[in-house]
Design a protein around this ligand. Structure first.
Ligand code: C5P
Length: 298
């Protein structure tokens, strides 16, 4: 029996544009994804004499069968690698779900990373990324981590210079948003403000948050803000509390605020609870450049 524990970071979208739609309904994206220092922990145990997948999680309400991305990741990894083995997974969740922070995708990436280590890397990185892409559009990014321009449906990755150490706050309202629902509502003819990717990449390379603020956008806000106007209030509250950039992450509803320094971030964290809609979760983090990585035991 061998086991290890992997920390997997949440992601935010520093930009998100939709540039087309495939025949199967998936949308073609241009999005700069960024890992942040809010981690789930994934403990994975491999029993080479055993069989079957067992998944446990410390957060109630998470499905523990093949509706769970971790369960599918383990099954598909073993099938692709031609291995018969038993896998036990324990998920210690901190990343809110249905939040636009790629929690489920990060957990799946953690399982792929852990099984790859435990099985002595039977799949090439390209094949591992192929397995990741079949599990979910964000999983390839989550396996890589850092600062990445994601295209296609999210699986075509171009690493960008690290945009590390930027302090941020995450505001998760007390409702979730379903990614399929948000994409289904999207009207490609009226996406609102679109991101300017060359300008965004220049701003990121220079750590120029003002430049990022005027060039970035998330077109999925064209769906989520009319449906949930409190998201606008959260963005405004973040700006008023000192954030240079405030935008929804992914398909939401989490809104992130980027700050020029950690003093400003900490001051905002102190005043925001009184200014946000009731029952919002407020989390402090910073941008990081590592994807899944080994830790001590949970
Ligand atoms: O791939 P994943 O399971 O994360 O995606 C969830 C859903 O979000 C998809 O079934 C699809 O409806 C929508 N989606 C999309 N275009 C993308 C990514 C996701 O339409 N690029």
């Amino acid at each position: 029996m061998q086991s290890l524990t992997v920390a997997v970071p949440a992601k935010i979208n520093l930009s998100l544009d939709v540039v087309g739609r495939r025949a199967d309904g998936y949308h073609l994206l241009q999005s700069i994804m960024q890992s942040v220092s809010l981690y789930d922990e994934v403990y994975v145990e491999l029993d080479r004499q055993g069989q079957g997948i067992i998944l446990l999680c410390d957060r109630p309400g998470i499905p523990l069968d093949d509706r769970n991305t971790c369960y599918r990741a383990a099954g598909q990894f073993l099938a692709q690698a031609g291995l018969m083995a038993g896998v036990r997974i324990f998920l210690h969740k901190r990343i809110p779900e249905a939040a636009g922070l790629a929690g489920g995708s990060s957990d799946a990436a953690g399982v792929l990373y852990a099984l790859s280590e435990l099985c002595d890397h039977p799949l090439s990185l390209a094949r591992l990324q192929g397995v990741a892409a079949r599990i979910g559009a964000d999983v390839p990014f989550c396996l890589q981590g850092g600062t990445v321009l994601c295209e296609g449906i999210g699986e075509a990755l171009t690493p960008l210079p690290p945009f590390t150490g930027v302090p941020l706050l995450l505001v998760k309202p007390d409702f979730g948003l379903s990614t399929p629902w948000v994409f289904r509502q999207l009207n490609l003819a009226s996406l609102g403000l679109r991101p300017d990717h060359p300008a965004i990449q220049a701003a990121l390379a220079a750590f120029d948050l003002e430049g990022l603020a005027v060039s970035t956008a998330n077109v999925l806000e064209s769906v989520s803000i009319p449906a949930h106007p409190e998201l606008s209030l959260i963005k405004q509250a973040l700006h008023e509390a000192g954030a240079t950039v405030a935008m929804m992450s992914g398909s939401g509803p989490t809104v992130f605020g980027l700050f020029a320094n950690s003093q400003l971030r900490d001051a905002a964290q102190a005043v925001l609870p009184a200014r946000l809609p009731p029952r919002c979760q407020l989390l402090a983090a910073e941008t990081v450049s590592l994807g899944p990585h080994l830790t001590g035991n949970i």
